[in-house]
Ligand binder design. Sequence first.
Ligand code: ZN
Length: 291
Amino acid sequence: MKYKLLTIITAGIILFTSCQSNSKAESSVSTDSTEQTKENEHTGDPVDVSKIKVADAKTILARKQVPILCYHQVRNWKPTDGKVGKDYIVEIQNFKDQMKMLADSGYHTILPDQLYAYLNTGAALPSKPIMLTFDDTDMDQFTIVRPTLDKLGFKAVYFIMTVSIGRKGKFVDYMTKEQIKQLSDEGNIIGSHTYDHKNFKKYAGKDWEEQLDKPTKKLEEITGKKITEFAYPFGLWNAEGIPELKKRGFRMAYQLSTKRDEKDPLFTIRRIIASGYWSPKTLSNSIKNSF
Ligand SMILES: [Zn+2]
């Protein structure tokens, strides 16, 4: 037990140091927004994704990217928080202000079904679409993020690291399976973020089962829904691993802000980390500049 907690803490520390280098943004491929509706009548409509055929890579890469934000902890800073760590810890009031800025600016949150339909078929999205994603299972995503988003009518994607479910750490507590189920029941999407945050680029042998198959099974048991979304630990991916994700029924995979793969853009969807140092204004500019 102690060992596993240590692993989580170590993973957290590695996370804090390793996501740093991914700040170079890929420039937008296209500024064409004619496929997005001016009105917002499509918000929340269920999308029948079962009939969608995957488009060729060129088509997908040519569509304007939907901004996707990646968050970790949402809590107030402590004296023990390091300089780098604060990139991954957005203070509570700042988070509320960031979300209010998005709502006031006319952004509408979308979920993976909508993104998948849009990227493959050009299906309409609400005006100013954005996706919110939360990694690593932190308890404050339930206690702070959930009510904040609820007030604004926002939905989000939660990428769960299954080793951490229900655990209390020395520095962080993690969501329970009941809380994860509730988020799912309330219309949010639960995705996989592996078992214990091991670097995807180093998987071999049993890792595929430990890091992909078992977590998927666990999350499907908890939510009663098929798990189709995957977030790479530290945002790190390699082209060799993508077939392994496809084989297992994943539909899209999310990295951080490096360039998308030319052959598999759906498995290298870009996100930016919304830094704890960013004001709502900085966030607003970063969204515009990064996608
Ligand atoms: Zn993570």
